[in-house]
Each structure stands twice: as structure tokens, then as C-alpha cells.
Design a protein around this ligand. Structure first.
Ligand SMILES: NC(=O)c1ccc[n+]([C@@H]2O[C@H](COP(=O)([O-])OP(=O)(O)OC[C@H]3O[C@@H](n4cnc5c(N)ncnc54)[C@H](O)[C@@H]3O)[C@@H](O)[C@H]2O)c1
Length: 256
């Protein structure tokens, strides 16, 4: 199937590692030009090198995905350099270590979670919309999590709230941008093999796999394949959707 991504310009936040890097590979192999926003300069340089070895044109822009000035300037520069912006994948995120029950959660931990996940998703979306409207085409994919459905496990209320907020944001956004050839969708992955879950204990890993109907965790490339399709020209009627990619496991079952 031709996904129609040749020559499209895609911005991916947190794109130097894990799921974000898998998005960059998948979209790049389909012919898209990749712009990676990333906090970690070393990881960003390695990612751009790796993508170049795969004949993918990729550039990086360093900094906090939720820094308003950076987002405004980066989007303007990308539009000037490449003449268009077609795809935005809001992927930047942080893990939940340390976890805090709500009664002990520092406000700073709450703020950081909302900042990195929700504020960045809002800012990049706001800035790319005029460019997508100008091109008559746009694909925005936001990263939620299976945590939004049944809530997260105890200690991750801030993460679950941020990911649920992304869903409400996406559904509203989809109604605003739909008339302009732009879609906005969210993905809700289960446990994906990245640095984010590398910190889990063996006991936790056993639970994750034994409680999953498919009996394993997910690979970043599997999430990226879903996102590549959502970003494709074939997916123009999928809008305001949240697509679970969790092996059929809809939430974190807190039991044995
Ligand atoms: N791994 C999972 O099991 C899983 C499950 C559901 C959802 N998610 C979500 O998928 C996304 C990617 O997760 P991952 O597992 O690939 O994580 P990861 O830690 O492997 O990669 C995240 C990347 O984002 C970057 N980053 C973090 N904060 C940033 C910021 N403020 N600005 C710019 N870049 C920033 C990191 O440096 C890193 O390169 C996150 O939003 C995460 O919440 C992950």
C-alpha cells in the first residue's frame, strides 16, 4: 500500500529514542523528511546519524518540547526551510519513577508531568495548524497510554491524568481541524519495550506479560507502523480516534 508519505515533512517530539525513534524510522523509510525535537543532545545526534545511514533526511532541534519560545521558533524555521509541515507526532514523555500516592505527591511532580506531556502536545499542535491548513493536509498523532482507560496503577495519577487529558484535547482538536484536511488522533499503547519500562523489576515484567492476552510486551516498531498508517493519505477519514495498541489489555490490573 502506498502511504503517500514521500516528501512529507514530519515533526516528532522526543524522537531520538524508543517509540519516537521508531516513528522517525517508519515515516522516514516511507520518504518523509524528519524533524526530531529532543531534550538529549547526544541521543539526538546519534538518531540523526542512524537515520542518515538508512538514507533518511533527518534534522534535530534540541530543547524542551514544552518550551513555548522553542516550539514557536522551531515550527517557523521548519516551515521556512522545507516549505511545508504535514505531520506532527507528539511523543515526548517521561516515566513515572518515583511514583507517588496522591496524598504524598509533590506539586512539582504533578506540574512536570502535565508540562511535558500535555503542554507540549498543545503547543506543537497550535503552531503547526496554520501550516497544515495552508497545505490542505495534516496529520497530528498524540500519545496517550492505556493508563487513561481504567486509570493507572497506584502512584501514577499524574501520568494517568496527563494521558487522559491528551485524549480530551485530541478529540476536541479533531473537530476544529477536520474541515481543513487535517486529522488529529491519539494512540494508547500498552507496555512497549523502551528505556521507559527498562527500569521495571523481573516480577513486574512477569506480571505485564502474564496478564496480557497476547502474552508479551509491544515493540516500538509495532507502534510506529500504526502511526505511519494514521499519518498516511489513506487515513483521512480516521479522525478524533484513540487507537489502543496493548495486546487487548485495556488497563493495568492491580492484582496477582
Ligand atoms: N514505553 C511504554 O510502555 C509506553 C506506553 C504508553 C505510552 N508511552 C508513551 O510513549 C511516549 C514515548 O515513550 P518511550 O517509551 O519511547 O520513552 P523513552 O524514554 O524511550 O523516550 C522518550 C524520549 O523523549 C525525550 N524527552 C523527554 N522529555 C522531553 C522533553 N521535555 N522535550 C523533548 N524531549 C523529551 C527523551 O529524552 C527520550 O528521548 C511517551 O509519551 C510515553 O508516555 C510509552
Amino acid at each position: 500500500m502506498d502511504l503517500g508519505l514521500q516528501g512529507k515533512v514530519a515533526i516528532i517530539t522526543g524522537g531520538a529514542r524508543g517509540i519516537g525513534l521508531a516513528h522517525a524510522r517508519a515515516l522516514g523509510r516511507e520518504g518523509a523528511i524528519i524533524v526530531i525535537n529532543e531534550l538529549d543532545a547526544k541521543a539526538a545526534a546519534q538518531a540523526v546519524e542512524e537515520l542518515a545511514r538508512d538514507d533518511i533526511l533527518a534534522v534535530s532541534c534540541l530543547g524542551d518540547a514544552a518550551d513555548e519560545a522553542l516550539v514557536v521558533e522551531t515550527v517557523a524555521q521548519v516551515a521556512q526551510r522545507f516549505g511545508r509541515i504535514d505531520i506532527l507526532v507528539n511523543n515526548a514523555g517521561i516515566g513515572v519513577k518515583p511514583a507517588y500516592p496522591v496524598e504524598n505527591m509533590p506539586a512539582q511532580a504533578w506540574d512536570q508531568m502535565i508540562h511535558v506531556h500535555m503542554k507540549s502536545t498543545f503547543l506543537w499542535s497550535r503552531e503547526v495548524i496554520p501550516h497544515m491548513k495552508a497545505g490542505g493536509f495534516g496529520r497530528i498523532v498524540n500519545t496517550s497510554s492505556m493508563n487513561f482507560t481504567g486509570g493507572g496503577r497506584p502512584g501514577v495519577a499524574h501520568y494517568a491524568a496527563a494521558k487522559a487529558g491528551i485524549l480530551g484535547f485530541t478529540q476536541t482538536l479533531s473537530k476544529e481541524v477536520g474541515p481543513f484536511g487535517i486529522t488529529a488522533n491519539a494512540i494508547a499503547p500498552g507496555y512497549v519495550e523502551t528505556d521507559l519500562i527498562a527500569q521495571f523489576s523481573d516480577e513486574m515484567r512477569h506480571r505485564l506479560t502474564s496478564q496480557n492476552p497476547v502474552g508479551r510486551t509491544c515493540q516500538p516498531s509495532e507502534v510506529a507502523a500504526l502511526v505511519a498508517f494514521l499519518c498516511s493519505s489513506q487515513a483521512g477519514f480516521i479522525n478524533g480516534e484513540h487507537v489502543c495498541i496493548d495486546g487487548g489489555r485495556r488497563d493495568f490490573y492491580w492484582g496477582s
